[in-house]
Design a protein around this ligand. Structure first.
Ligand code: ADP
Length: 481
């Protein structure tokens, strides 16, 4: 691996400001593009998870007493270092995750933007003074950092899913222990290296790789951990919520989605195709806000399908470092198997393939699919595919499509394309989701509150609301004035 700053590639964990080597077992990390081993990380467990929590607790005691300016300065420096080392970070990211290098660079600047945003927001943990119910009293509300936060993150955005949590947490005055995804630990460790370089005090940001069950058990049961912030599958979210019940932890859960993408007959079809390309095929379809079900009005169905298939058939699939590649490999064989299952199920129930195919043998590359003649009995209608498959469902009526779009336990994102202002509002209001793209296929930004309803999770990340997640209110009644 060619890095300008080789120290970014760390094969050790980062606990209490120290680099901790493997004490025995290690885990090899492979490049999904070719199966080659990139390096290895320690397989740590309960003991190191507990050490990291203890370190975070001790660091928190000091950090919560710092001024917002002090915290802002360090976060700002961390942001600048991420941007300075954007290419190196993206190289590590593409190697372990597979996404095209240009997309990886985009993720690094997106990830860094959270650190920038919250370096500024650190100054705005405002409280409140509320008119008192008593003549000689005052009701004062202050905001305090919640304490030690445990984060567990997934592999699809190895950098951004971390900074969305740690930036607001650190800005608020909290400390963090992190278990990154087992597939993509090196990006997390590179961020830790830059945190160290930025002068973040020891113990505030700890990265522990290893046994997910053991580390997760400590994170969800240790009384010193006040909040668990998880991004990943709905099933694991439910397990962590259960485990957290015994110590009444606050929870932030960013779970799976099943986003509807609705194209009405009055839509700008070219804009809708552009939107579908990003909403569906970014990160090879491996994002929780990816359009999972594309509902297209009967009157424009064939036109939309032809235009989309034309674009999709020209997407270059391959190694993320190769020129012009926009679709990398899927993360692992299980991911490919799930996509295969969804496509085969649809075909067995009458769907047609406009484009797409699977690679031969062990390869994790999937030529992106466009499927037509979909119906609601097919697996894709109820399950998140998490891969490069655009299934087109036909509809003819606004009320009908809303009912079908909402017929899922997920409620993360939804997209609607229409030129009618009234319809845009009506549909956006009635979609049972946390986020709506109206004539937009890309909705994520540090400036907006990202999150879902129903089984898609709890809490929001990004914007000022994202920092509130790491603050507790304290109400003081001052009497006898
Ligand atoms: P994905 O299917 O995208 O890998 P998961 O929900 O399985 O999503 O994983 C997301 C994160 O949760 C990863 O860091 C993984 O190691 C972690 N994880 C999975 N199962 C558990 C568990 N039982 N306890 C704690 N962490 C877990």
């Amino acid at each position: 691996m060619q890095l300008n700053y080789p120290a970014l590639f760390q094969q050790q964990c980062y606990i209490n400001g120290q680099w901790v080597a493997a004490q025995g077992e290690t885990q090899a990390i492979t490049n999904p593009s070719n199966g080659q081993v990139i390096g290895e990380v320690p397989m740590l467990g309960r003991m190191h998870a507990e050490q990291s929590v203890a370190a975070a607790q001790a660091a928190f005691e000091q950090w919560k007493q710092t001024t917002a300016d002090q915290r802002a300065d360090i976060l700002r420096r961390w942001y600048e270092l991420m941007m300075e080392h954007q290419d190196d970070l993206a190289t590590i990211l593409t190697l372990e995750q597979g996404k095209p290098f240009a997309e990886a660079k985009g993720e690094i600047s997106y990830a860094a933007s959270f650190v920038q945003w919250y370096s500024e927001e650190a100054r705005r943990a405002y409280g409140e003074i509320i008119p008192s119910h008593r003549p000689n009293g005052k009701i004062v509300v202050t905001k305090e950092p919640i304490g030690v936060v445990a984060a567990i993150t997934p592999w699809n955005f190895p950098a951004a899913m971390i900074t969305r949590k740690c930036a607001p947490a650190l800005a608020a005055g909290c400390a963090m222990v992190l278990k990154p995804a087992p597939e993509t630990p090196f990006t997390a460790l590179a961020l830790a290296k830059l945190a160290q370089d930025a002068g973040l005090p020891a113990g505030l940001f700890n990265v522990v790789t290893g046994d997910a069950l053991e580390i997760g058990a400590v994170f969800t049961s240790d009384t010193r951990v006040r909040k668990v912030s998880f991004t990943g599958s709905t099933n694991v979210g439910k397990i962590l919520m259960n485990q957290s019940a015994t110590t009444i932890k606050k929870l932030a859960l960013e779970l799976g989605g099943n986003a509807p993408f609705i194209v009405f007959d009055d839509a700008d079809i070219d804009a809708a195709v552009d939107g579908a390309m990003v909403a569906k095929f970014r990160n090879a379809g491996q994002t929780c806000v990816c359009a999972n079900r594309l509902f297209v009005h009967d009157a424009v169905y064939d036109q939309f399908a032809a235009k989309l298939a034309d674009r999709v058939a020209n997407l270059k699939v391959g190694d993320g470092f190769d020129d012009g590649v926009v679709i990398g490999p899927l993360i692992n064989a299980e991911a490919v198997a799930k996509v295969q299952e969804h496509v085969e199920d649809a075909l067995s129930k009458g769907a047609r393939v406009l484009c797409g195919k699977f690679a031969q043998g062990e390869q994790l590359f999937v030529e992106p699919f466009v499927l037509t003649d979909m119906n609601d009995e097919m697996l894709v209608a109820s399950e998140e595919t998490f891969g490069p498959v655009a299934p087109l469902f036909r509809f003819s009526d606004e009320a009908e499509v809303l009912a079908r779009a909402n017929a899922t336990e997920s409620g993360l994102a939804g997209y609607v394309y229409t030129r009618s202002l009234g319809r845009a509002w009506r549909v956006a209001d009635k979609l049972e989701v946390g986020m709506v793209g109206i004539n937009e296929g890309l909705i994520s930004t540090a400036a907006a509150p990202f999150g879902g309803i129903k089984e898609s999770g709890l809490g929001r990340e990004g914007s000022r609301h994202g920092m509130e997640e790491y603050l507790e209110m304290k109400y003081m009644l001052m009497g006898g004035l």
